[in-house]
Design a protein around this ligand. Structure first.
Ligand code: KIV
Ligand code: ZN
Length: 508
């Protein structure tokens, strides 16, 4: 019988360490729920000690998840482990993931600890975590650049102290597939007690080898792989879940490995993570890039028309991709809309459903065909702006190639109406300046991205922004068939986050 590999998704922890990404509680919970639907075995939900917000977000994920193990990362330090436990204690299957660096370079310059001290810390902190929960994962950070004989001793100390999962990270994406496979074999052959625990791997993509290294580790006996959706993560990112899984499925003849992933959920998970993090997927990205199943050259198109397998090694349907799936129109009623949402896997609360239906009707008036991508964008938009303090009421823009762009903006803040006007270098600049006057605090716009949700001139525009206020960065998201409105909504979404964050800080 084929061996079953386990998958730990760390999109909510290492993925959130992608520069510029910051997810709030609702967003983390929405991604976690989708990861559960995808079928991952474990979710690393965050690094609880890093902020109160992250601790609360891990807690929320722990409460929302039914089947997967939910872990929080912790340095090999008591206060980190306490925070991790505080965050996951209410999970159905809680876990603590603690780590310490083991390479000479990290021990000398970062930890300033000797080998003996690192071994001692490993024993003490794994045992400390073990007092809280049975599922303790231990990582030897920078394992792939660590001295092997020393690494074996550290892992032995972790096993003796009760770790159930030993993680082998290629922290800086330095290793190669053959070398990493050999490291896993060597660990299996040389670490006392290794057969009592699981081996997991965690590969970074600095040399573009994260997926190849993970697959090599699997072939050499790793039991679990850590990865992220769309390969997001620190620096060049982590091994991409969708690539590892589809490699194992498409080349079952070679790998002969089972996993618990429902591949039909891959496309949706990828879209959700991309929208909520604001990190677009590169078009030529394997499996989930826009072009992954597009055939451009005449020879290829002809081949695919004659027989798909000439140029397609897997089907778009196998990752749940359905294009131009016309779902509803302006005459569709509430029941049809509700059915469609359910079919798409969304189970919205009554108020959210009412709100989504109003937005759908509004969209159907403006757009001839409402596709499933549109519905998805509306639902995501709602998820990303749950309790807005400032809400857009109306706006008016005057703009042209020989005019100074001017914007008049009307916002609502509770029962108050705020109206302001501003000029700018083009309609978007004018609109955002007017928003800033209404909200009463300045923000710097660090990043602005726009994309069309579907094809067609009447497509909705989706805008993602990153703003800076008081040295902190906040993301914002907005959709509309009018790209100025989408821009305003995205900017307001970010402003609301900035406002809530400083209100929380001031104890309001
Ligand atoms: O890359 C790394 O080494 C990590 C560990 C903390 C597992 O993220
Ligand atoms: Zn990492």
């Amino acid at each position: 019988m084929a061996r079953r590999i386990r998958i730990l998704d760390t999109t909510l922890r290492d993925g959130e360490q992608t520069p510029g990404v910051s997810l709030n509680i609702e967003e983390k919970t929405a991604i976690a729920r989708q990861l559960e639907a995808l079928g991952v075995d474990a979710i690393e939900a965050g690094f609880a000690i890093t902020s109160k917000g992250d601790l609360e977000a891990v807690k929320a994920v722990a409460l929302a998840i039914e089947k997967c193990v939910v872990t929080s990362l912790a340095r090999a330090v008591k206060s980190d482990i306490d925070a991790a436990w505080e965050a996951v204690r209410e999970a159905k299957k809680p876990g603590i993931h603690t780590f310490i660096a083991t390479s000479d370079i990290h021990m000398k310059y970062k930890l300033r600890m000797t080998e003996e001290e690192v071994i001692q810390k490993t024993s003490e902190m794994v045992a400390y975590a073990k007092k809280y929960t049975d599922y303790v994962e231990f990582s030897a950070e920078d394992a792939s650049r660590s001295r092997k004989e020393f690494l074996y001793k550290v892992y032995e100390a972790a096993i003796e102290a009760g770790a159930l999962m030993l993680n082998v990270p290629d922290t800086v994406g330095y290793t190669t597939p053959d070398e990493f496979g050999a490291l896993i074999r060597d660990i299996k052959a040389n670490v006392r007690g290794i057969d009592k625990v699981g081996i997991s791997v965690h590969c970074h993509n600095d040399l573009g080898l994260a997926v190849a290294n993970s697959l090599s580790a699997i072939m050499n006996g790793a039991d679990l792989v850590e990865c992220t959706i769309n390969g997001i993560g620190e620096r060049a990112g982590n091994a991409a879940l969708e690539e590892i899984v589809m490699a194992m499925d498409t080349r079952k003849d070679f790998y002969d490995i089972e996993h618990g992933i429902n591949t039909m959920q891959i496309n949706r998970t990828s879209n959700l993570v991309s929208s909520l993090t604001g990190i677009n997927v590169q078009p030529n990205k394997a499996i989930v890039g826009k072009n992954a199943f597009a055939h451009e050259s005449g020879i290829h198109q002809h081949g695919v028309m004659a027989e798909k397998t000439t140029y397609e090694i897997m089907t778009p349907e196998s990752i749940g991709l359905k294009h131009n799936d016309m779902v509803l129109g302006k005459h569709s009623g509430r029941h049809a809309f509700e059915d469609k949402l359910r079919e798409m896997g969304y189970d919205l609360a009554k108020d959210d459903l009412n709100d989504a239906f109003i937005k759908f009707k509004d969209l159907a008036d403006k757009k001839k065909q409402v596709l499933s991508e549109d519905i998805e964008a509306l639902v995501l938009d709602k998820m990303m702006s749950p309790n807005e303090i400032f809400e857009l009421d109306s706006y008016q823009i005057n703009s042209g190639n020989k005019l100074i762009a001017t914007a008049t903006m009307k916002l609502k803040k509770g029962s108050e109406t705020i109206t302001e006007a501003a000029t700018g270098d083009g309609p978007v600049d004018a609109a955002l300046n007017a928003v800033e006057r209404c909200i009463g605090f300045p923000m710097e716009l660090d990043d602005y991205k726009i994309k069309a949700v579907t094809g067609g001139k009447d497509a909705m525009g989706e805008v993602n922004v990153m703003v800076r206020k008081d040295g902190r960065r906040f993301s914002g998201h907005g959709v509309s068939t009018d790209i100025i409105e989408a821009s305003i909504r995205a900017y307001l979404n970010a402003a609301n986050r900035a406002y809530s964050s400083s209100a929380a800080k001031n104890g309001e």
